[in-house]
Every structure is written in C-alpha cells, then in structure tokens.
Write a protein that binds this ligand. Sequence first.
Ligand SMILES: Cc1cc2nc3c(=O)[nH]c(=O)nc-3n(C[C@H](O)[C@H](O)[C@H](O)COP(=O)(O)OP(=O)(O)OC[C@H]3O[C@@H](n4cnc5c(N)ncnc54)[C@H](O)[C@@H]3O)c2cc1C
Length: 425
Amino acid sequence: MTRTNKKAECVVIGGGIIGVTIAYELLRQGRSVTLIDKDQPGKGCSYGNAGHFAAEQIFPMPSPSLIRTVPSMLLDPDSPLTLKASYFLSFIPWGLRFLWNCRQKLFDRGTDALKFLNKTALQDWTELLEDSGLQKYLTKKGTIEVFKTQKGRDSGLKSVPNFIKHDISVQILSAADLKEKIPAITDDQHGGLFFPHSGHSINPYGIVRDLHESFLKQGGKFLLEKVENIKMLSAEQSEIIFKTGSLIAKNIFICSGYESQKIIKMLGYIVPMTAERGYHVMLEKPNIPLEYALTYHERKFIITPMEQGIRLAGTVEFSHADDPPNYHRARMLVKFSKEILPNISQEGSEEWMGSRPTLPDYLPVLDKVDNVYFAFGHNHLGLTQAASTAKIMVRMMTEKTTSFLHIQQGLNIQQGRNPFRLGRF
Ligand SMILES: Cc1cc2nc3c(=O)[nH]c(=O)nc-3n(C[C@H](O)[C@H](O)[C@H](O)COP(=O)(O)OP(=O)(O)OC[C@H]3O[C@@H](n4cnc5c(N)ncnc54)[C@H](O)[C@@H]3O)c2cc1C
C-alpha cells in the first residue's frame, strides 16, 4: 500500500514512553496525531525499566566526585559499570565529553536542569494517568535507598544536605526503621534514606501499552513502519519516508530513543549519543513481601515490586547497541539482591537488556527547529520525566516558544558534521 502525500498535523516518531506520552498529550490538546513505530509501542528501552519515578534524582551522573571512582569501578568485575573492550575506541569521544561534564560548573547547571524537569514529574504523571484511567500504574508510597554497610551509610548520608538544599524531601532511616518498612530485609544492614515524594510503577510496559490503547480509542492513529528518511520541504512541512510510502507532516516529534541519532542525521543534525545498556531480571515468584522500590546503595541497582513479581534492574554497560546481551550482568543482580533480601527466591526469572539513550551531560534534548521537535536522550530518567516532557513539548508547539526551557534549550543539539567540539555539550 502506498501512502504517499497523505497529510498529517502531528507525527510522533517512536512509540516508547516518551513518544506515547507526547502523542497522548497532543491528542488531549485537540490535535490530530499519528504515531509511527517500527515495532509495537513499548518494546524498546521502555519495556523493562526499573519502574522508579525517581523525582529525587536531580544530580547528573557526570560529577566532580565520580571522576575519582570511575577507574576502580571499571576494574571491578562486579561493578555496576562496565565498558566492553571492543567498544573502547568508539567510546572515546563520548567519554571525553562525559569527563568535560564532570566539572563543577556543568554539574551545577545539570542539577538545575534536572531539578526543573523532575519538580512536577509525579504531579504531571498523576494528571495524565487519571485522565486515561490508568492510575493503578503509579504507586506514590515513596522509595527507599538501603545501606548494607556502615561505609555505605557514611557515604550515603553525605548526600542528605544536598537533597535538603534542593528542596528534595528525605528522611534518614535507622536499621530498625528500615526493618519496620521492609520486614524481609537482612538484620545486618545500616538503615537507609526514605524519599516520600517519589514512587514506582507496578508495570512500566503496561503504562505504554495501555496509554497507546487509550490514544487509539480517542482517535489517534498508529502506523507500524520503520522511518527510512525525512525531508524538510519547508519550515512548515516535512516528508516522512518509509518502505511502503510517505507522509507529509506539519509537525514532527522525534522521540526514537537511542535511535534518534539516526533519525536526526537524516535532517543533517548530529548528537553525541551512546547506548547505555542496562539489564533486568524479573523474579516471578520472589516469595517475600515488598511494598517499596529499593535502591541498593552499595551495588547501585533497583529492586521494585511489580504486578509480575519483583524486578531487579540497573547496571551500566557501554557497548555497541547491537552487540549480543551479556546476561551475566543480569544474573549478578540476583546474587546481590540476596545480600539484603536473603530469602528472595529466583524461581521463574526472566532476563532482559535495553539501551538507554544517553548523552554525555545526562540531560535530554528538548528542542525544536522549525516544525521539527526533538525529545530524546532521557537516559536513566525517561519514565520519570515522560509526562513532564510531553507537557513541555506541547507548550513548545502551541506557544511557539522555548524560553521557559531556560537550561536545556539548544544545549544538546548541533547542526553540521563536527561531533568533536568539546565544551559545547
Ligand atoms: C535497566 C534500566 C532501568 C531503568 N530504570 C528506570 C527507572 O527506574 N526510572 C526511569 O525514569 N527510567 C528508567 N530507565 C530509563 C528509561 O527506560 C528510558 O529513559 C526510556 O525508556 C526511554 O524511552 P524512549 O521513549 O526515549 O525510548 P524507547 O523506549 O527505546 O522508544 C523508542 C522507540 O522508537 C522506535 N524507533 C526507533 N527507530 C525508529 C525508526 N527508524 N522508525 C520507527 N520507529 C523507530 C523504537 O522501536 C522504540 O519503540 C531505565 C532503563 C534501563 C535500561
């Protein structure tokens, strides 16, 4: 079937959590919307995340203190961070930019940007899920960071003044407080931190799937197509080309996760994106009670109670996106979870790997050029920031302004062919 010259008002490319929420929000504002994905929505990185609405995570990964710990992390086989040897040379330009972003000035700027984005994250999600009747997917009980060791507690408590300085609610838990909230936790732990204004999802894939369903019921359109090319015909019209035809669009939203870099290249833009791969293990019969999403401070991964069981998710693996998954990274999470939840059972476990779309400053690209809107690069925080991102992008289109995006605007995107200009990102 050829669809050449069909016209559309708003076309969203990418049906992950970012694209689907933007498509839904545009529809809610009375726009006519077509969503395009090469697969069924929600099968990319958004499928298997840890489900943490991490409103408290306002500190970007590149930081002055991280520089000191990265070398030892890379040498430790059990570390939450790994860099595949065959990816090393390709990684250098991204890695240099990452180091550049560890400077205090850029860390502070990144903190302001994330604070701005996370501030209304839960409120925006609550509104969107109430509108779509999907409130069951958001649990607003708060989340907990667990300290297994005294050393972990000492380092974890150092962050408390910073959270307070930035108006993030946090409570310090003793070992007894923690045991009361998490009866299955080991006795030899050192308490933790409680973030009362964060939350978790009982099924992150379910949100994308059901929001997409609701979008279709309310008149949104979906095309199962791989976008092969885009041509900007004028400031108001672009042609989106796929195998079976093309579509002329008034407004295009590029939300294709890790693959956004390929899509924007079609328009002559480049962005320093890497596939920051992460893993999960879904324990279908965990046999322990758990009410809260936990972050295991020393091992740096998340343990989340979900509809299907308990999910262990996290780790960072820098590698070519299409390298085969190394499921050892997932299995080690089971071993580590037993250090704090000794009775957890690994029966019926499913393993999964996904590629986070990550830029070296750990900020997303939220920007526009003429009628093309960019919303990608949400790294570890795509679920958390999706509803707020959707609101921002819709305002960007309807109010024809980017000025309220004081920090992000234009930061991450660069026209031309020179990706090596340090300092720009
Ligand atoms: C292990 C792990 C744990 C995580 N935990 C959390 C967490 O607890 N909280 C949190 O906030 N975030 C978390 N994240 C991050 C979060 O999952 C991502 O930021 C988010 O899923 C990115 O969403 P996206 O829509 O940008 O990308 P994706 O979900 O990857 O969607 C992009 C879509 O674009 C489509 N696409 C690509 N190219 C084309 C093309 N040419 N034509 C048509 N379609 C195309 C793809 O098929 C895909 O469906 C985690 C990530 C991982 C890996």
